[in-house]
Design a binder for this molecule. Sequence first.
Ligand code: SF4
Length: 449
Amino acid sequence: MRINNDFAMNEKYLFIETFGCQMNVNDSERIVTMLADSGYTQTATATDADLILLNTCTVRGGAEEKVYKRLSHFRSLKKAKNSLILGVGGCVAQQEGDHLLLKFPWLDLVFGTHNLHLLPELVQGAEKGERRCETAFIDNEERLDLFPPVKGASRLSRFVTVMQGCDNFCSYCIVPYVRGREISRRSEDILDEVRQLAGEGVKEVVLLGQNVNSYGLKTADEPDFSRLIRSVGAVEGISRIRFTTSHPKDMSDELIACFADQPKLCGQIHLPAQAGSDAVLARMNRGYSRAAYLDRIHALNKARPGIAITGDMIVGFPGESEEDFEQTLSLMEEVRYADLFLFVYSPRPGTKAAELPEELSREQKVERLERLLGLQRRITMEINKSYLGTLQPVLVEGEGKRPGQISGRADSGRIVNFPGDPALIGSFVMVRIVAAYQNSLLGELQQSM
Ligand code: SF4
């Protein structure tokens, strides 16, 4: 199905496949906006495309293999249509560079994480038969001017990038090497973008960065993240603010206070612990202890009772003993995550952790993962059931999966489906929760707000 159905002669179509995190989703939206000015309309069907881009991620294991498989798959399309342009961007492109052009002779262009702005030029060259790779890092203020705002996606909730890169060097993570050092955007540029989005009818903004909590700390004359949130909250037309991702060590008291006194800030936070044992946290170079993490969790619960906390947990990190693993289980019980993204550790080449000896077999890691999954399923279900009978304010974002239903998100981020008129899409309504499932809630419409 095409996203734009105006099929006209000479129109060019872009198919973009996005791997990994929300930063990449946001980058892909920016790519679509940029290439619209070069005459490309997004299509959801690769076979219709004149340009296929893979926006890649290397955070989890097996990323390169997935990208290589997709490139091999698209080779047949290239054979059928010689003018088709094929490109790879994002973290795999940053890491592999022009090796990709050598390895895949049918690939036309490679662009790194700091080179999105060069895409129109690279595509123009590829249209004339040029094959190019651009992966130069831009680790100065120039990078701040390279954030083309996303246009034209008529959605109610939109990402706004506030910072890029990371200085934390967690021992398992490739991000600082492929995304570069941390740089914060100018607050005035961010606020201009938020005002523009509000003018387009956007109701919710999700402030985005690898570590939003350290926004502004290394930039002279810029507010810190808590002050940025207060400024975004003052923008008329924006009703909800969320942010991701947070680092526990930078979760300041001022930021936590926003959950108490900023009603537009939703009662939801993604605060990855990654492990429950101090020994593993130290080997991960996370920069906080279990006690310090729990201190932040207790402060958040105090500031916004009932806040929905989500996180990430890595299982089977090098040297993780059964005792370490049990500390992860007990941390989960103590925090009571609304949801948790669980990952089996696999070494990322180029990181410090990749040099650590691995003692656990794949089977042992998977067995531990199953135990974490079972526990988290129980906790999530208990939390979802706790909403039964409550009234939840919901921003209606679209039609539900079942006929006659519409769907939106509660303040906690939970998906709520309920019978209702699609004319309500875009409005806030009060919904009484009548059933709880693992991944969503079912409600009955009470009133429009
Ligand atoms: S905080 Fe750690 S895990 Fe997150 S992006 Fe930075 S280095 Fe990676």
